[in-house]
Write a protein that binds this ligand. Sequence first.
Ligand code: SF4
Length: 146
Amino acid sequence: MHGCDNFCSYCVVPYVRGPQISRPPNLIIDQVKRLAENGIKQITLLGQRVNAYKYTNGDKTYCLADLLEMASAVNGIEWIKFVTSYPAEEYFDEICKAMANLPKVCHYLHMPAQSGSDKILKAMNRHYTAAQYLDLLAVRELLCPT
Ligand code: SF4
């Protein structure tokens, strides 16, 4: 993915990288296959808000969970990670289920809290509260216990 639309008050990314763009899944998986053919065993799917990945092609909309499944099917790849996750995205449950069910997806979740204070989170223009962040982690623990 490239860019970000969130405009957290302290962050330069939306100004220097532009709007959020999800690359087509076939291009990403072709890249994963090329890496595997060259002996690479671990890949990391990257985005400023990688869990917001969404790409529509015809009737199908792909989310990060779909990418994790597609990358898992690539021979030679043994470990898959993704960074960075934003604590308020719509496909969180699907991503946690993929993490639980796909053996190649590492049980590693990087999801910056930024602050435990709702007042500070609001000043940062983060779109969640401290309680919502903790609720998300509770869901993750249920779906994908460590
Ligand atoms: S979500 Fe991340 S990249 Fe986007 S503006 Fe906020 S801190 Fe920056």
